[in-house]
Design a protein. Structure first.
Length: 275
């Protein structure tokens, strides 16, 4: 009899567990689609892109505005600011959204199947919104006049700035492709590499085109300040340059080494520990 009683108790406990699982499944099925894990995760990515782009533009364009108004930052200081803020935001939210902050990067990743096309429009909206919000903040804080414009306008001809934007964005996307899509690269230094690339690009191309490399970086200030001279250069140039840069790196990705070798993940800490 005790054995029978134990069996009955076991059966009852199993029935209770099954009932609770069924109830949990039914509860999950009643959760609206707007509250699903996938939707919540995507919303988090969009928020990360808005915040990341906001602070990239607020800091970078803020340095430009402060230098024009007060003359206290200097051109090298502006270059360093752009590089540092991108590096900081890559490490802050890169694990959440990928830290694009740039429609040209988002579009290029989608073209090379590193990013789903269905997310591209909302990513771009988030990036432009973050840039516009930051530009509006700067205009309110510093009462920026047209002469203190912190956006990008061609210093010479539109064609000259277009070529410069294509070249520097090519370099930027080439570096991004290397540190973020190739497992042979040392991943921990990705943010440093991207930040330093932007610093170098601004140092070289800043006096010529403003070194945008990012349609959102140019669109936001243009919308807030209502200055649209040569804006198409900063939309077309970065997109063309980014696509070309990613294509060039993909050509270098092919190797005659065995497959496990080029896909083996490398770590900066592991590399230094072996020395």
């Amino acid at each position: 009899m005790p054995v029978a009683v134990d069996g009955i108790e076991t059966d009852i406990s199993r029935m209770e567990e099954g009932s609770s699982r069924t109830k949990a499944t039914a509860d999950n099925s009643n959760i609206p689609d707007c509250c699903s894990v996938a939707v919540v995760s995507f919303v988090q990515k969009l928020i990360a892109e808005v915040i990341g782009t906001y602070f990239v533009i607020f800091s970078g364009c803020g340095a430009v505005a402060v230098n024009k108004i007060y003359g206290s930052v200097s051109f090298p200081g502006i270059c360093i600011t752009w590089g540092l803020v991108v590096m900081v935001m890559v490490y802050s939210v890169g694990h959440i959204s990928g830290a694009h902050f740039n429609p040209a990067v988002t579009i290029t990743f989608a073209i090379f199947r590193r990013f789903p096309w269905k997310q591209v429009p909302l990513y771009i909206v988030a990036q432009v919104f973050g840039s516009t919000l930051a530009s509006g903040t700067l205009r309110l804080l510093f009462t920026v006049k047209a002469v203190d414009y912190f956006g990008t306008v061609p210093v010479g001809s539109n064609f000259q700035s277009l070529v410069v934007e294509i070249i520097i964005t090519f370099l930027l996307m080439f570096v991004i492709s290397g540190v973020s899509t190739d497992d042979r690269a040392i991943g921990e230094l990705g943010g440093v590499a991207v930040g330093m690339t932007i610093l170098l690009n601004v140092l070289v191309a800043g006096p010529v085109s403003g070194a945008s490399m990012n349609p959102a970086r140019s669109i936001g200030p243009a919308l807030v300040m209502n200055i649209y001279g040569g804006l198409w250069v900063y939309i077309l140039g970065p997109i063309v340059g980014a696509i070309a840069g990613a294509f060039a790196y993909n050509l270098l990705r092919f190797t005659d080494k065995p497959l496990p070798q080029p896909t083996k993940t490398r770590s900066f800490f592991n590399s230094t520990s072996r020395k």
